[in-house]
Design a protein around this ligand. Structure first.
Ligand SMILES: [Zn+2]
Length: 69
């Protein structure tokens, strides 16, 4: 068993564990790539669900005519 090296989920390259703030990623770029991919999934799933159920989420509109003046 390797003690301090693992595989980077993004590039499948070796990622050091010791003193690596980005672990399990090998570098900041790979971390951002994975994060971006993850966020893309997050946005895509609710959009598909909303489309399938036929709505339910109303757009939030700022109230401009609420007698502020
Ligand atoms: Zn990597």
């Amino acid at each position: 068993m390797k003690a301090s090296t693992s595989r980077c989920p993004t590039c499948r390259g070796p990622a050091k564990r010791d003193g690596n703030k980005l672990f399990p990623f090998c570098c900041e770029r790979c971390q951002l790539v994975d994060l971006g991919r993850w966020l893309a999934e997050e946005y895509r799933v609710p959009a598909e669900e909303r489309d399938a159920t036929g709505g339910g989420i109303e757009p939030v509109t700022p109230q401009t005519d609420d007698g502020v003046n």
